[in-house]
Design a protein. Structure first.
Length: 464
């Protein structure tokens, strides 16, 4: 059989991408979802796993503060420097643009001088804790691809937790704890990301790396280290992404770890710079953040290479006959086999696991439907099933005289789409290349699930 002889669209795209990015070719770009190829049966689509490019995700978020009136400037306030209580030239007035410090200044373009920043009220209600939750919501599942970096304009907090949500803010789990003294603040042993191994990569740690010292002029950032975690699989310079992709493919926990819909920064205690809080000058204590970096991509289950921001909402531009904001289901009329996430493997093009034309039903589950299907089967001609590109024989089967597929051993059905049923406890789900064990830990579907297309050739003349 003649296989791909011409890559049209893909050839153009990949050469452009090669010019823009300098990744080793072995990484796999996953930037093309399909390309047209010529086969001996004519023009057909070749499908590949694909994902949107990573980008600055702060452009697409909504920010909410709790308590909502925690931003400084209403009423106007004057702040003193933490390291010098007599230097009080930091003024905040919400009614004056130049002196206001609203939340959006955490996400504006940095590089101007002076920096722009959000600032909280001061700790005037001491000893009641000064605590602020900053929630960033995307209303879409996204996958983090680089470190989360917060840059503080004030001293870095003495206690802080970074949390994530995977269900649009309904439930939260910690990502990392930050404290000047982890034992004291969270009864956790202090650790750093360097203490993690492949086995403990998903452990939630408390770190003292980003809280100590109030010489903030040089060290203002607080990080959540994504790349160091990637490096545990991909090597220190991320040269072995195949290993990481392999792990992401097979370990759902790992994939979910880097997937979020929301982030929450819980500021629990501001920098005090000393063991004792100076109660006579509480305007030295506050939070101020000049920048938050979140790099990532829309999660499209490897079924889309672009994600659009429309009417304030992100959504994948689904391919492979999938649909939904995350391409997490098959589109109408394409239920010929169960939906499945794409796969990064084999590198570099992965496996698309496209949704196929037809519908799945259980034999015997609905006698009326079955009768109807039998009638249709009789009405439908059993010939000419493999004579166009849409109805190619599957799994290595070959089309004979434009009529019937001759199937490879182990496969059957008009288009060789399904493996022979192996009986209870043995999956015959090879037709989708996926065992159904995930959904049925005890055994296979019983009775067997057949694709409708195996019984009825879905040609236009067939459906009356
Ligand atoms: Ca800023």
């Amino acid at each position: 059989m003649l296989w791909p002889v011409l890559f049209t669209l893909q050839a153009v795209c990949t050469s452009v991408v090669h010019a823009m990015q300098h990744y080793p070719a072995a990484w796999g770009h996953y930037d093309v979802c399909k390309s047209q190829i010529y086969t001996e049966e004519g023009l057909a689509w070749d499908y590949m796993a694909c994902q949107p490019e990573a980008t600055d995700m702060t452009k697409y978020l909504r920010v909410a503060l709790d308590p909502p009136n925690i931003t400084c400037g209403d009423p106007p306030e004057t702040y003193c420097a933490l390291e010098n209580p007599y230097m009080c030239n930091n003024e905040c007035d919400a009614a004056t643009e130049e002196l206001a410090h609203p939340p959006e200044l955490m996400f504006d373009f940095e590089g101007r001088n002076p920096t722009t920043f959000w600032q909280s009220t001061s700790w005037k209600k001491y000893p009641k804790p000064l605590q602020v939750n900053i929630t960033l919501s995307w209303n879409k599942t996204i996958e983090l691809t680089d470190d989360i970096v917060l840059t503080f304009e004030s001293g870095r907090p003495e206690q802080m937790v970074l949390e994530k949500s995977l269900d649009y803010g309904r439930t939260w789990t910690p990502y990392q704890f930050y404290a000047t003294d982890c034992l004291d603040a969270f009864t956790m042993e202090p650790k750093t990301v360097n203490d993690l191994t492949q086995r403990t990569l998903l452990d939630i740690i408390c770190t003292e790396d980003y809280s100590r010292g109030y010489v903030w002029k040089n060290d203002k950032t607080v990080r959540f280290e994504i790349k160091d975690r990637f490096a545990l699989f991909a090597g220190p310079r991320l040269h072995n992404m195949a290993s990481l992709y392999g792990q992401l493919d097979t370990t759902k926990n790992l994939r979910d770890f880097f997937t979020i819909t929301d982030l929450r920064i819980r500021l629990l205690k501001p920098a005090t710079g000393a063991t004792m809080v100076d109660e006579n000058n509480l305007s030295r204590y506050f939070y101020a953040i000049s920048d938050i970096k979140v790099q990532g991509r829309c999660k499209c289950n490897l079924h889309a290479n672009s994600c659009v921001f429309d009417k304030g909402k992100l959504g994948c531009e689904c391919e492979h006959n999938t649909t939904g904001p995350d391409c997490s289901r098959c589109k109408r009329h394409y239920h010929g086999r169960a939906w499945s996430v794409g796969s990064y493997l084999p590198i570099p093009k992965g496996t698309a696991n496209i949704c196929k034309y037809g519908s799945i039903f259980k034999i015997g589950s609905n006698p009326r439907f079955l009768k109807k299907m039998k009638e249709k089967t009789i009405i439908c001609p059993q010939t000419r099933v493999c004579d166009n590109a849409m109805l190619r024989c599957q799994n290595g089967g070959t089309c004979h005289h434009h009529q019937r597929c001759h199937c490879s051993p182990g496969f059957t059905g008009i288009l060789c789409e399904r493996a022979r049923c192996q009986g209870p406890g043995q999956c015959d789900d090879q037709l989708s290349g996926r065992a159904s064990l995930h959904h049925h830990p005890i055994g296979c579907h019983s009775p067997c699930i057949l694709p409708l297309s195996a019984l009825v050739a879905p040609t236009q003349s067939c459906v009356t």
